[in-house]
Design a protein around this ligand. Structure first.
Ligand code: PNS
Length: 173
């Protein structure tokens, strides 16, 4: 018996996913998730939120530049910015999936809230959660900024380019 959906059935639909976030700055945990996502989705758009309310360390342009550099090896990954509702951005880009990373149970409550709100706003959009490598489960941009500001070593936490940019910022702060 032939399995439903197998062989000469309708061609599979291409799936575009959006990985939204602040990425201030991108960490090895983000990069790990981007690489995992790029393997299962046809196209992955890393979308940096333009958020005038936050006081970021890196400008949106700097973050986009760093993201572009460190994702060069992923052919199906592109980097963009968005403002307004994420669901509207997803519709404009014909994306069917929002990709988010969950590091620990503590992430889950907030992520669940966001996923359910996005589903309420657009029931056609699915949020897919992925776990980063265990080595990155404690890692966040916030902690990287803090450790770097206080003179700690962040070499194993962020890509080399980002570490250099962080050091340059720390010197000029
Ligand atoms: O890296 P972050 O700061 O955890 O990312 C949060 C982000 C950008 C995914 C979230 O704030 C977002 O989607 N903002 C867009 C505004 C929006 O759509 N809000 C309603 C649904 S939660």
């Amino acid at each position: 018996m032939q399995r439903k959906g197998a062989a000469d059935k309708v061609p599979a639909q291409r799936i575009t996913a959006i990985y939204p976030g602040s990425f201030d700055p991108i960490t090895n945990g983000h990069l790990d998730l981007i690489e995992r996502g790029s393997k299962i989705f046809d196209e992955l758009i890393v979308a940096v939120l333009r958020n005038p309310e936050k006081d970021p360390l890196f400008s949106v342009e700097e973050r986009v530049e760093m993201l572009n550099e460190v994702t060069q090896h992923c052919a199906n990954v592109s980097v963009d910015t968005f403002d307004g509702l994420l669901v509207d951005y997803a519709v404009r880009n014909r994306a069917r999936v929002i990709l988010r990373g969950v590091r620990a149970i503590s992430d889950f409550e907030n992520e669940l809230q966001m996923a359910l709100m996005n589903r309420k706003l657009d029931p056609n959009l699915e949020t897919v959660f992925m776990m980063p490598a265990v080595a990155y489960t404690f890692l966040s941009s916030h902690l990287v900024r803090e450790v770097c500001k206080l003179g700690g070593d962040v070499r194993s936490l962020v890509p080399p380019l980002v570490e250099a940019r962080l050091r340059a910022k720390a010197v000029s702060l």
